[in-house]
Design a protein around this ligand. Structure first.
Ligand SMILES: O=P(O)(O)OC[C@H]1O[C@H](OP(=O)(O)OP(=O)(O)O)[C@H](O)[C@@H]1O
Ligand code: HPA
Ligand SMILES: [Mg+2]
Length: 168
């Protein structure tokens, strides 16, 4: 990582950016549900990364029924088998009809594949999508190349960096 140029280090997302992009996702989904007037009945966030976008979308869309499904598939940047640690009330979920399932991003598509198998009729939405995972997502805002690592604001802190041309 340390001998890469700044633009090769990854795609760094600020809080402001994820807020704007999550709002854009909500607006794109507005009125596209199967209920009256295109309503959605609930939002399910895929923890942990989906929680911030799901909260922002729930607020934009006026949805108060918000639940989580807990999946763990990465340890740092290494992917293992996706494990479902907890899931929403089965009576509320049914086959997923009318439920918006939200995550921060789709990369290999493995996480969404697991959730899709549980709720085949839910609508799957992510803020960011890499090409491999795109077939697993119904709606996303920004496409990112497969070899880019996305850094989210909850994983970062402001810190000093050396000037690009080095110290004087
Ligand atoms: O499409 P995939 O290759 O499955 O990758 C995408 C998933 O990986 C990350 O979650 P992670 O499992 O790291 O957990 P976290 O959300 O708790 O950070 C990200 O938030 C997505 O949920
Ligand atoms: O690019 C990524 N950034 C953060 N978390 C991730 N989990 C899978 N891919 C990514
Ligand atoms: Mg996640």
């Amino acid at each position: 990582m340390s001998n890469q140029l700044p633009h090769e280090k990854g795609f760094h997302i600020s809080w402001d950016q994820i807020h704007r992009d999550s709002r854009a996702l909500a607006w794109r989904l507005d009125g596209r549900g199967p209920g009256d007037g295109g309503a959605w009945k609930a939002i399910v966030a895929i923890t942990r990364g989906g929680m911030a976008p799901a909260m922002i979308a729930a607020r934009e869309l006026g949805i108060r029924l918000v639940d989580t499904i807990s999946i763990k598939s990465y340890d740092h940047q290494a992917q293992g088998d996706a494990q479902v640690l907890s899931r929403p009330d089965p009576d509320m979920m049914g086959d997923g009809t009318g439920v918006l399932v939200i995550d921060d991003l789709v990369d290999s598509g493995k996480t969404l594949e697991v959730v899709r198998a549980l709720y085949p009729n839910a609508h799957f939405a992510t803020v960011y999508a890499k090409p491999k995972g795109e077939p697993m997502v119904d709606t996303f805002i920004t496409g990112v190349s497969q070899d880019t690592w996305i850094f989210f604001p909850w994983d970062m802190a402001l810190q000093y960096v050396e000037p690009y041309r080095g110290k004087d």
